[in-house]
Design a protein around this ligand. Structure first.
Ligand code: C2E
Ligand code: MG
Ligand code: MG
Ligand code: MG
Length: 282
């Protein structure tokens, strides 16, 4: 189970509620699910914001909202863990709504030219009701829809292509943008890109990891960048941690980047300071 492995990996060597046996894992999963059901989501959930950089102009152009959960009993649970658990049930739809409201509240305090991007789950995309609620939240937020981007992973599209297509079309009709997240990690990527009304592709971090040593990774990134240019859609690369990686990516034609090299996810209260240091003012 990916989520629980992730948890173990990230908590290795620390006192942890994620233990080794399968049985304990299942118990842990249901503990987390139970805690999530009983949680005061408004106060326990928060968002960090990680900037996306326009490299040519050396300035942030958007922030991606990344969920954080602090539970009084369980402590901090990593998003890969609790999102994956929430996604097994309709709990995720509630989480999405609470988080989207928080993300748009935050974005409403930022300068107009700064966009916000928000991750949707498969279950949001595949539920007509959930999409209707998401659209209502956008409409009542006061944030210009053109400033809002939704990120969808390929796995969201595989379940039911028609439904996913309709959901994306509804978001586009509203004026919001849609990106395909973690590009290159799923299946049939090219056919999706070709058949969906997407604005942007986000190239997965896994291609950046060995970019300095593997020509194949560089070639894949160059190919995706060219594809985006030919299709006239945007391209973002995520996960560069070093200057060397960022330099190679720039030479490969990447203009928009998001990674620890530029900034780790920031606490919500630090976004405006970060913008003024970057000389973006309201
Ligand atoms: P994602 O949407 O692909 O988000 C990028 C993840 O990569 C974030 O992890 C971010 O902190 C991390 N990252 C960015 N740059 C670097 C880097 O240079 N190095 C490394 N090692 N990591 C980097 P995070 O915040 O742990 O989120 C993990 C995943 O959880 C997200 O992947 C997304 O799939 C999911 N997630 C987070 N927030 C939400 C949410 O509000 N809703 C939904 N449905 N999923 C969310
Ligand atoms: Mg994302
Ligand atoms: Mg991503
Ligand atoms: Mg990713």
């Amino acid at each position: 189970d990916y989520a629980l492995n992730y948890a173990k990996e990230h908590q290795r060597g620390r006192p942890t509620i994620f233990s080794k046996s399968h049985e304990t894992e299942i118990r842990t999963r249901s503990t987390i699910e139970q805690a999530l059901r009983c949680a005061d989501l408004e106060s326990e959930l928060s968002l960090c914001f990680q900037p996306l950089f326009d490299v040519a102009h050396q300035r942030p152009i958007a922030f991606e909202a990344l969920a954080r959960w602090h539970n009084p009993e369980l402590g901090n649970i990593p998003p890969n863990v609790f999102i994956a658990i929430a996604e097994r049930t309709e709990l995720i739809n509630t989480l999405t709504q609470v988080l989207l409201r928080k993300a748009l509240d935050a974005a409403s305090t930022w300068p107009e030219e700064i966009h916000v991007s928000f991750n949707l789950s498969v279950r949001d995309i595949l539920s007509v009701d959930s999409m209707t609620r998401i659209i209502a939240i956008v409409q009542s937020s006061g944030v210009e829809p053109g400033r809002i981007g939704f990120e969808v992973t390929e796995s969201a599209l595989m379940g039911d292509f028609e439904q996913a297509h309709d959901a994306i079309a509804r978001l586009r009709a509203l004026g919001t943008r849609v990106s395909l997240d973690d590009f290159g990690t799923g299946y049939s990527s090219l056919s999706y890109v070709h058949r969906l009304p997407l604005d942007t592709i986000k190239i997965d971090r896994s291609f950046v990891l060995d970019i300095e040593t593997r020509a194949t990774s560089r070639n894949i990134i160059r190919t995706i960048v060219d594809l985006c240019r030919n299709l006239e859609i945007g391209c973002v690369v995520e996960g560069m941690e070093t200057e060397a990686q960022a330099d190679i990516l720039r030479d490969l034609g990447c203009n928009t980047m998001q990674g620890y090299f530029f900034s780790k996810p920031l606490a919500e209260k630090d976004v405006l300071d970060f913008l003024s240091l970057s000389e973006v003012s309201a």
